[in-house]
Design a protein around this ligand. Structure first.
Ligand code: CP
Length: 473
């Protein structure tokens, strides 16, 4: 396999087969970590960290040094020309002319995609806001694989802040595509975002059983359990059971418990104040004392705050320092592959799919991503980044931002090719009507309000207000 020149922005950029092949190289590099000094000799890695980091930044830099390459870095936007108003796209073009590969961490969701679009060299997303952190996911998966030999069919519980935790978002998609069963245990108020759930269901074909977090809240020792996601890999005996008891599932034990800290730096106003400490259960020896957790891997991307008791550090089930240490060989393998310094063979049986190629939404009529943390919103004044969407569903009509991957359901649709070009046919319709599926993707225009449509000269059709179910095709 040749990954030369590719970027890793989301975990979907790697197929299952490619992940397996990367892990084969990680194995090789782990055993001879000090003998790789010629692999990337003469290559330069730009390390751009515009959010705090210990593990990701230092393990990437250590990885490049271990491969014999060199590192240039910037760690604070205030010390770069971004502070003078330079666009991320311009910065990417310039840094791409200095370095052979770029690693970027940025607080805005989708920023790594912009860098990958403009740099002209491979780009690795080292965390973009609350969106994704795909290299953390690689080392998480590698750890599970090393400890359990397989990932398919395992039961993995994700615990804590599942709303803002970017490591969790990448991990959810990776576990789903590798056939693991996922149990969500969010802190109440910090459930997995709906756009992540929708993507899981639509693209990974699994089933979701929900249990309201409030049903669990207040039960001593109870988990704030929200949902179980059952992947197609081993769903049947679970999915066919009506009224599956999720609590029972957790009580049967899990193969891994993946804990995250509250991502306070991303909290909206007021989110921290609502008794967070009492709602955020600490994982400690007492919680994991039952027999069914005897073999559970205790995982955490780190840094931890109060949610994971230090008394577990010497427990043989604890994996978090191993995870962090494995960041170096995992990142060495990835850098070497993206730079074309190494090649590996992809096992055919693992699968080569890297996600669905949805039709693009092409109209440039001022539609904005609804996510205020999206790079396309943050840099909207700068002409390089045009909002860009994919049409991921017509029932309900759903667009997904190309940068931050937030999905949304616009209220109205229209066609850019109205009948016979006559203005009286320039009509807009409810997105729930059959028109959402009738209009060709290349002609589709969407609006979030009637006001937006009318400001563009469209008038309401018979289908604008009430969905005409009878005629719905
Ligand atoms: N796990 C992780 O991303 O750690 P850092 O923020 O220290 O890089």
């Amino acid at each position: 396999m040749n990954l030369t020149g590719r970027s890793l922005v989301t975990i979907d950029d790697l197929s299952n087969g490619e992940i397996a092949a990367v892990f084969a190289l990680v194995d090789e590099m782990s055993y001879s970590i000090k003998e790789q000094l010629t692999v990337c000799r003469g290559k330069v890695m730009a390390s751009l960290f515009f959010e705090p980091s210990t593990r990701t930044r230092l393990s990437f830099e250590a990885a490049m040094h271990r491969l014999g390459g060199s590192v240039i870095s910037a760690v604070d936007t205030k010390a770069t020309s971004l502070a003078k108003g330079e666009s991320i796209a311009d910065m990417a073009r310039v840094v791409g002319s200095y370095a052979d590969i770029i690693v970027i961490r940025h607080p805005w969701e989708g920023a790594a995609r912009v860098v990958a679009d403009y740099a002209g060299v491979p780009v690795i997303n080292a965390g973009d806001g609350g969106h994704q952190h795909p290299t953390q996911t690689l080392l998480d998966l590698y750890t599970i694989k090393k400890e359990r030999k397989v990932i398919k069919g395992l039961k993995i519980a994700l615990w804590g802040d599942l709303k803002y935790g970017r490591t969790v978002h990448s991990l959810i998609f990776a576990l789903a595509k590798l056939g693991a069963n996922i149990i969500f245990c969010p802190t109440p108020g910090f459930e997995v975002p709906e756009h992540v759930i929708q993507k899981l269901i639509a693209e990974y074909g699994g089933e979701l059983e929900r249990l309201e977090a409030s049903e669990q809240a207040g039960k001593e020792g109870g988990s704030p359990l929200d949902a179980i996601y059952i992947t197609p890999g081993s769903p049947h005996q679970l999915a066919m059971m009506p009224n599956i008891s999720i609590q029972v599932e957790l009580k049967r034990g899990v193969d891994a418990l993946y804990i995250t800290r509250p991502q306070k730096e991303r909290f909206a106003t007021g989110e921290e104040g609502k008794g967070l400490k009492t709602r955020y259960p600490v994982v400690d020896k007492k919680l994991l004392k039952e027999k069914e957790f005897e073999k559970t891997l205790i995982m955490h991307p780190l840094p931890r705050v109060d949610e994971l008791a230090c008394e577990l550090d010497t427990d043989p089930r604890s994996m978090y320092f191993k995870q962090a240490a494995r960041g170096v060989p995992v990142r060495m393998a990835l850098i070497a592959l993206l730079l074309g310094a190494k090649e590996v063979t992809v096992p055919d049986k693992e699968g080569s799919s890297t996600g669905i190629d949805y039709p693009a939404y092409r109209q440039d009529l001022g539609l904005k991503c609804p996510n205020p943390r999206c790079v396309s919103v943050q840099e909207s004044e700068i002409k390089y980044i045009k909002p860009s969407f994919k049409r991921v569903s017509t029932k309900p009509m759903t667009l997904r931002c190309t940068y931050c991957e937030h999905g949304f359901e616009p209220k109205y649709v229209a066609s850019s090719h109205w009948h016979e070009g006559m203005l009286e046919y320039k009509k807009y319709h409810s997105a729930e009507s059959h028109w959402a599926r009738t209009i060709r993707p290349e002609n589709l225009i969407v609006f979030n309000s009637a006001g937006e449509a009318e400001a563009r000269g469209f008038k309401p059709s018979h289908y604008a207000t009430v969905p005409h179910k009878k005629n719905d095709g």
